[in-house]
Write a protein that binds this ligand. Structure first.
Ligand SMILES: *Cc1c(COP(=O)(O)O)cnc(C)c1O
Length: 336
C-alpha cells in the first residue's frame, strides 16, 4: 500500500545531497567555538535575517526557550497568542526554565490592536510585559502568515513601550517563500528569532537563534546550561547549510501541493499546512490511515495535512482521493 505521511514536516529524511555534505563536513569542537561548519552556518543565517549573530541549537524548542530568557527576565511577563507553540507544545518550559509568566491573547494571528489592549508597561503596578512573541507561520492557525505590515505595527507598538519582540520562526522560511517578503525584512523587525532547519527545509536536526552579538553571547551560556552545547556539530550544521542553499526555494512546491489538496477539500491553505475540521478527528484520522494516509490530529474536531519534501504529486493525488471520499461519506451519513 502507498503510505503518504502528512502528519508533520518534521518527518523529512536527509536527501542524498545533504548526506554527502554532512559526510564531507569539516568539524571542530563547537563548545570551544572551533567548528568551522557551525560557524559558517551561524554567519550565513545571521546575515540572511540582517542580524549580527546566530547560535546553532539542537531544536526549535530550545531555540525558543533560550530566546524567551533573553527577552524576559525572571517573573517578567511574556505576551503571546493562546495557541502559540511556546505556551502549547513546550511543556511549560518558559515557566520552569526562565521563571517567566506567560499571558495570552486570543489564539491565532496577532494584531497590533489585540496586543495594544493587553500590554502592561513598566510603572503600572502590574507585572510588566517584557516581550511579545509572534509565530511565523502560525502552526495551529494552519500555517497562516502574519502580514509584514502587521508585524511592523507590532514592532512600532512594542518599541514605543520599551518591550522586546520575539519571533518563533520555525516556519518563517515558508512565510518568506509564500509572501515574497525578504528574510531580512522579517528579521529586522525582531529582537530575537528562532528558525528551524528540521521542518520544511529538511535537515535532520537543528534550529538557529538569530539576534544581536550581545544577546548571542548570553544565548551561548544558556545553551550550555541547558545541555545544548554540542561538540563536532558541523556534521549537523552541514545539513542546515545544504538545506538553506538547496532546499529553501523548493518550499513553493509544498505550497502548490497544499493548494491542490486544499482545493479538493474546500480549504485554502496559505503555506504547506492544510487544516481541516471534521466531526471526530480521531475517527477520521484512523479511517485515513487504513487507506495509507497519515494525518495530524490537532484537536477533537481538527486534523491537518502537512506537505513536505518527502511527499510527491502521486502522494498528494492519493491523499486527495482518500480524504475527499471520506468527506463525501461523512456528508452522505449526515444527510441519511
Ligand atoms: C516545530 C515548531 C517548533 C520547534 O519544535 P522542535 O520540535 O523543538 O524543533 C517551534 N515552534 C513552532 C511554531 C513549531 O511548529
Amino acid at each position: 500500500m502507498v503510505l503518504v505521511d502528512l502528519r508533520s514536516d518534521t518527518l523529512t529524511r536527509p536527501t542524498p545531497g545533504m548526506r554527502t555534505a554532512m559526510a564531507a563536513a569539516e568539524v571542530g569542537d563547537d563548545v570551544y567555538g572551533e567548528d568551522p561548519t557551525v560557524n559558517a552556518l551561524e554567519e550565513q543565517v545571521a546575515g540572511l535575517f540582517g542580524h549580527e549573530a546566530a547560535v546553532f541549537v539542537p531544536s526549535g524548542t530550545m531555540g525558543n526557550q533560550i530566546c524567551l530568557r533573553l527577552v524576559v527576565p525572571p517573573a517578567g511577563e511574556l505576551l503571546c497568542d493562546a495557541d502559540a507553540h511556546v505556551v502549547t507544545y513546550e511543556h511549560g518550559g518558559a515557566a520552569q526554565h526562565g521563571g517567566i509568566q506567560s499571558r495570552t491573547v486570543a489564539g491565532g494571528l496577532l494584531t497590533a490592536e489585540a496586543v495594544a489592549a493587553e500590554l502592561r508597561p513598566e510603572g503600572w503596578g502590574t507585572v510588566p510585559t517584557a516581550a511579545v512573541s509572534v509565530e511565523q507561520t502560525h502552526n495551529r492557525a494552519g500555517g497562516a502568515v502574519h502580514a509584514v505590515a502587521v508585524l511592523q505595527e507590532l514592532r512600532d507598538l512594542t518599541a514605543a513601550n520599551g518591550i522586546k519582540l520575539h519571533c518563533d520562526g520555525a516556519r518563517i522560511w515558508n512565510a518568506h517563500v509564500a509572501s515574497g517578503v525578504p528574510l531580512e525584512a522579517y528579521g529586522r523587525l525582531f529582537d530575537s528569532l528562532s528558525v528551524c532547519l528540521s521542518k520544511g527545509l529538511g535537515a535532520p536536526v537543528g534550529s538557529v537563534i538569530v539576534t544581536s552579538a550581545a544577546l548571542a553571547a548570553e544565548a551561548r551560556v544558556l545553551r550550555k546550561r541547558l545541555g545544548g552545547g554540542m561538540r563536532q556539530a558541523g556534521i549537523l550544521a552541514a545539513a542546515g547549510l545544504f538545506a538553506v542553499d538547496h532546499q529553501l526555494e523548493r518550499l513553493a512546491e509544498d505550497h502548490a501541493r497544499a493548494a491542490t489538496l486544499g482545493a479538493q477539500l474546500g480549504v485554502t491553505p496559505q503555506t504547506n499546512i492544510v487544516p481541516l475540521t471534521v466531526p471526530d478527528a480521531r475517527v477520521f484520522a484512523a479511517a485515513a490511515r487504513e487507506q495509507g494516509v497519515l494525518l495530524g490530529v490537532v484537536g477533537p474536531t481538527r486534523v491537518r495535512m502537512v506537505l513536505h519534501l518527502d511527499v510527491d504529486d502521486v502522494g498528494v493525488r492519493h491523499a486527495a482521493d482518500v480524504l475527499r471520499s471520506l468527506l463525501d461519506e461523512l456528508l452522505a451519513d449526515h444527510r441519511g
